[in-house]
Design a protein around this ligand. Structure first.
Ligand SMILES: Nc1ncnc2c1ncn2[C@@H]1O[C@H](COP(=O)(O)OP(=O)(O)OP(=O)(O)O)[C@@H](O)[C@H]1O
Length: 469
């Protein structure tokens, strides 16, 4: 026993007026009845709230009591058989309507158990008027590789508050990553807890569409299992990634999605490969125009594209806001590997200025008139690519520094879950994109066309080339 007890805390000052609270004597039967009513009400509430567990248990118990264990075993076995047949016969519907709802119930209990501690340590609880209020779990849904937890935020919170705490939440719940997506109402946020990794494996090349849909070119697989379809109409595309991040695979995925259009004559690919043709050279027959060694030739090509964009813009002005590609007037796509060689590392000042000026025209005027740029670059800094802002569509592959993520995908994107700097070197072709109408970045893995696939594709859809330009 300690000799002296030290009790921490604030002593209540003696008030000038002290009152004694009145004591009301209740009969014991009233107190007992009240406690019993409260306990029964609590029991009924729990029973109704957890109906998905209590109802089957009640039915099975009733079955056992009325008909004995044989009938019970028959029913349980029958249900198990139906579930197994369903799972094998039509797996997607079994997962969607059978397994995932059950899993969601179990996971909801798991999340609830850690919820309060998670919210407090992630500083997502709000202390107000001597009370602590925490966000509330509204719903849990399970999907292939992730759980979606819909959360009602505390008044004054915004989805970005959750996005900023996403890494802490991921570690707390033991998942790979957490993304915070605005919910269906302004008061809710959906936390997407990524469990497995649907993008672990290399994605094989997709079938080539006969006529490309320029508003939805299939080029990658999203982490939720859907195909990522990129819009080309009305945009210019910039692919940014460190060396070995798989920029080549993004280029070839886009080219593959357009190859049917090349064969049909409604798409013209112009290839610019300042690294001497190392990347684009294998698919040479797919390119209507090609330059790989001479920088003056590359400047000429970009100037030709700029002139085309200006001519079309002048002709279409006031008539339409989106050019429709035809055989007479095909969609032109300038495919440029390592753009920095043309905009930053080129030593000839005059040539560099010509390229910058022409590229500026193509980027600004070409979007609506069917003259597009798909360019890859390693370094996203403004000094290297001053025209970065003129590319509305950007794909961020593996990057070397966290600061580069927001440069590529836009302000706050790293906080919202675009961890480009954390993509492992063993996952080339993986990156983040921003989907239309969704402020949360999506992780995708691009299809991988090896050299033989590119050669076959070039033979099948390209024009045999005599002398390479
Ligand atoms: N989508 C992909 N899926 C699987 N593996 C890939 C993918 N893309 C690339 N790779 C592998 O990663 C390696 C590096 O890819 P690649 O050369 O395209 O990267 P890069 O970003 O273009 O590099 P660099 O800047 O050095 O040209 C390739 O040799 C290939 O084996």
């Amino acid at each position: 026993m300690p000799l002296v007890n030290i009790i921490r805390g604030e002593t209540i000052p003696v008030a000038p007026l002290n009152v004694r609270t009145p004591i009301v004597k209740l009969p014991i039967w009233l107190v007992v009845t009240w406690e019993i009513i409260k306990a029964v009400a609590r029991l009924v509430t729990t029973y109704v709230r957890h109906w998905y567990a209590t109802l089957p248990i009640t039915l099975l118990t009733a079955l056992y009591v009325v008909y004995g264990w044989q009938r019970l075993a028959l029913v349980v076995g029958g249900v198990a058989l139906v579930a197994t047949v369903w799972a094998f016969a039509h797996r997607p519907s079994w997962l969607r309507f059978g397994w995932w709802p059950i899993l969601a119930r179990v996971r909801r209990l798991v999340y609830r158990r850690r919820w309060m501690a998670a919210m407090v340590t992630a500083k997502l609880s709000i202390s107000y008027d001597k009370r602590t209020i925490i966000p509330e779990i509204v719903r849990v849904r399970c999907r292939a590789a992730c759980d979606e937890v819909t959360v009602r935020m505390v008044t004054g919170q915004i989805p970005d508050d959750f996005a900023k705490a996403s890494e802490r939440l991921a570690h707390t719940f033991g998942v790979r990553q957490v993304k915070a997506v605005p919910g269906s109402t302004y008061a809710t946020v959906v936390l997407v807890l990524m469990r497995g990794d649907a993008l672990q494996e290399t994605v094989p090349p997709l079938p080539v569409p006969d006529l490309p849909d320029f508003t939805a070119l299939p080029i990658a697989v999203q982490e939720d299992g859907d195909l990522y379809r990129m819009r080309l109409f009305g945009t210019q595309v910039l692919i940014v990634g460190a060396t070995g991040s798989g920029k080549g695979s993004v280029i070839w995925s886009i080219v593959r999605a357009l190859a049917g259009g090349v064969a049909a004559g409604v798409v013209e690919l112009w290839g610019l490969d300042p690294k001497g043709g190392m990347e684009l050279g294998i698919g040479r027959p797919l390119f209507a125009k090609f330059a790989s060694r001479d920088f003056a030739e590359m400047a000429d090509l970009i100037e030709q594209a700029a002139a085309k964009a200006q001519q079309r813009a002048a002709r279409l002005a006031g008539r339409t806001r989106q050019h429709t590609p035809t055989e007479d007037e095909p969609l032109i796509v300038l495919v440029i590997d390592e753009l920095a060689n043309l905009t930053a590392y080129l030593t000839e000042r005059q040539l560099k200025d010509r390229i910058k000026a022409a590229l500026g025209i193509v980027l600004t005027q070409g979007r609506a008139v069917g003259v597009h740029v798909v360019a890859a670059i390693q370094d996203p800094r403004k000094e290297v690519l001053p025209a970065r802002g003129l590319f509305p569509t950007r794909i961020g592959l593996r990057l070397s520094e966290p600061a580069e993520v927001d440069m590529v995908l836009g302000d706050g994107m790293r906080d919202r879950g675009a961890l480009c700097d954390r993509i492992p070197q063993t996952q080339p072709g993986t990156g983040y994109v921003v989907l239309e109408g969704d402020p949360t970045p999506m992780r995708v893995r691009h299809t991988y066309c090896d050299d033989d696939t590119v050669r076959d594709m070039a033979d099948l859809y390209g024009e045999p080339v005599g002398g390479a330009a």
